[in-house]
Ligand binder design. Structure first.
Ligand code: PBG
Length: 319
């Protein structure tokens, strides 16, 4: 069955297509800016006008959606991260610019305070402790502002308890019943987020770690409880993050809940493939495509990845 290409194609159990990809994009204020990120070769911080170009490229490649993440200078951060719900913040300006030029593309926004706080945490911090309920109130404001700017999916990535239900209520009350919630439901306290922290300007900022609210990599039953809670609170779809070290979680979540399940191939996974390829130790294209196929095989419906455009170009060759 494996000896010819036609037979391998005929018997493949899993398929990967451009429709499975959400392209992760980092924003930075400015004009005509494409600023390299040291630990993520090939990924650039894009000014809103460049993000519009990326959206056009994504549309032309058949990528359904973009996920945007904002870089914030240390000097622009505050203890409570109020910029998160400024209707004119970088995320909102970029979303409006993209929706004006490319209204048919899906846009997803993180809901979390880490790009805006001067301590780099996803929530409010008091005497070294994250304040769950006070944070949730701010997250609701952030989600409503993002919806108003044109984001189609809000994705709480903060791991506070009760935030999905509160955000759903807040969105509905503000008239955004059709804005979707993708819950970062099983999000682990992971070393693989390292390059992302550089990308958004949190690297030298983050005090301590996020182990008091993100999940312990030792746990899998807990992931099912987290997913169950988020779905019960009104999440439309759920995410497992990071990706490749957590394929067992993707599989369990998909089997247990049969809900739309996404996986985030995070910055560190991207960086590993890039670095090994740059050294000639891996074939970059093959490693990229194999990693994406593995997510699909594990049960993911879609993948948030910095590789989306590169992978879509490979996938389209056969068109
Ligand atoms: C913020 C957030 C993180 C990522 C997405 N949203 C980092 C973190 O929780 O510290 C990681 C993305 C990546 O590594 O590519 N809540």
């Amino acid at each position: 069955m494996r000896s010819t290409d036609w037979s391998r194609r005929l018997t493949a159990e899993t398929t990967l297509s451009c429709n499975d990809l959400i392209w992760a994009i980092v924003l930075k204020d400015g004009k005509a800016l494409r600023e390299p990120i040291n630990a993520m070769p090939g990924v650039f911080r894009l000014s809103p006008d460049e993000a519009v170009n990326a959206a056009i490229e994504a549309r032309d490649l058949g990528i359904p959606a973009l996920a945007l993440f904002p870089y914030t200078e240390k000097s622009a951060r505050t203890a409570d991260g109020e910029e998160a719900f400024n209707p004119d913040n970088l995320m909102c300006r970029a979303a409006r610019a993209i929706k004006k030029e490319v209204p048919e593309i899906g846009l997803m926004a993180d809901v979390a305070l880490d790009p805006y706080t001067d301590h780099g945490h996803d929530g409010l911090l008091k005497d070294g402790v994250i304040l769950n309920d006070e944070t949730v109130e701010i997250l609701v404001k952030q989600a409503v502002v993002e919806a108003a700017a044109g984001f189609d999916i809000v994705a709480p990535s903060d791991m506070m308890d009760g935030r999905v239900g509160a955000i759903r209520q807040g969105l509905d009350k503000a008239g955004y019943e059709n804005v979707q919630i993708m819950a970062y439901a099983a999000k682990y306290a992971s070393a693989f987020y390292g390059p992302y922290r550089e990308a958004i300007g949190s690297a030298g900022v983050l005090q301590g770690d996020k182990r008091t609210y993100q999940m312990d990599p030792a746990n899998t039953d807990e992931a099912l409880r987290e997913v169950g809670l988020d779905l019960a609170e009104g999440a439309d779809c759920v995410m497992v993050k990071p990706g490749m070290p957590y394929l067992d979680i993707v599989r369990r979540v998909k089997e247990e809940f049969a809900a739309p399940t996404f996986v985030f191939q995070v910055s560190g996974e991207y960086a590993m493939i890039k670095a090994a390829s740059a050294n000639g130790w891996l074939d970059e294209t093959r490693a990229m495509m194999e990693s994406l196929m593995a997510f699909k095989r594990a049960g993911a419906n879609g993948i948030i990845t910095y590789f989306a455009a590169d992978a879509a170009r490979v996938l389209r060759i056969g068109d």
